[in-house]
Design a protein around this ligand. Structure first.
Ligand code: UTP
Length: 295
């Protein structure tokens, strides 16, 4: 059984500057919950019991978010706001560990920081800016494949050809509900992309990955790339890919994707969806009638 999750949160979040100058990208809210909370809730549903956050500068807000907030809790209790109280104190008994990545040298380097926590167990990696529909458990499906194969499993999604250079891209052979991966390349240009199957921010890794990460030189964008270490790992073990259902992953790590995520979640939110739909209809109608020539 997989019980440990690693959540790298030490990146600079440059695509959201200036919002991320002094506060973490992973704390950006989708309606009323930060991205990182969705990630923790997803892991809990998949049976994860121990959480390691790879943090960096300006990431204290993440620790505070999952910590006890004595004063606030007292105030909510005294004013009888028990529903809100339950929303903020539900993580206090979980097993959270924080390790600092000294410099944001890339996702591969962040994962290497997890070595002392992971020891000899397989573990899940969750990148919280890839938000998965909370109704859909991709991790459970990946864990099933891991349990059958006892080898790394990575989440995949078919992306438009115009987007391949933003992702790690794999090629492989499809068998049943998974792929056997035969190549991986980080952010290829259009001409050299082996397919349109992109690596999404969910991985099940084994401790074998660390020896490759330890000896890795910087790759694309001058960063230590997890994809490069996975490519080397392929010589030692098969790696499996699980393609997630279309429309179940939201790319909240860049501005347009973030905006789309908020709209999708607002449309599903019982409390605000009907007002939000009315608002959107009015806005769109007004916009179209004011810009008739372009439509
Ligand atoms: P991203 O590339 O999406 O995040 O990394 P980023 O680097 O913070 O954002 P941009 O590209 O500058 O806008 C995916 C995840 O890996 C973490 C990030 O915090 C994010 O959750 N990460 C990335 C690290 O923990 N350390 C790193 O050195 C790089």
């Amino acid at each position: 059984m997989i019980k440990k999750a690693v959540l790298p949160v030490a990146g600079l979040g440059t695509r959201f500057l200036p919002a991320t100058k002094a506060s973490p990208k992973e704390m950006l809210p989708i309606i009323d919950k930060p991205l990182i909370q969705y990630a923790v809730e997803e892991a809990l549903k998949a049976g994860i019991e121990e959480f390691l956050f790879i943090t960096g500068k300006h990431k204290r807000a993440i620790e505070d978010h999952f910590d006890k907030a004595y004063e606030l809790e007292e105030r909510l209790k005294n004013s009888g706001k028990y529903e809100l109280l339950n929303k903020i104190n539900c993580f206090e008994n979980l097993n959270f560990v924080y390790i600092r990545q000294k410099e944001p040298k890339g996702l591969g380097d962040a994962i290497l920081c997890a070595k002392p926590f992971v020891r000899d167990e397989a573990f899940v990696v969750i990148l919280s800016d890839d938000l998965i529909d909370p109704e859909y458990s991709v991790l459970n499906e990946m864990i099933k494949i891991y349990e059958e194969k006892k080898a790394p499993v990575i989440a995949l999604e078919e992306v438009p050809i115009s987007e391949v250079s933003r992702y790690g891209i794999v090629s492989g052979k499809k068998l049943n509900n998974y792929y056997i991966i035969d190549d991986l390349v980080e952010k290829p240009d259009l001409a050299s992309a082996p397919s349109q199957l992109a690596i999404i921010g969910r991985y099940i890794l084994t401790p074998q990955i660390f020896k490759y990460l330890e000896n890795l030189s910087p790759g694309k964008s001058g960063e230590i790339q997890l994809t490069d270490a996975l490519k080397l790992l392929l010589k030692e073990t098969p790696i499996y890919g699980y393609v997630i259902e279309k429309g179940k992953r939201y790319d909240a790590g860049e501005k347009f994707g973030y905006l789309k995520t908020i709209v999708e979640f607002a449309l599903k939110d019982k409390e605000i969806s009907s007002d939000f739909i009315k608002f959107l209809q009015e806005k769109i109608q007004t916009f179209i009638s004011n810009n008739k020539k372009s439509f």
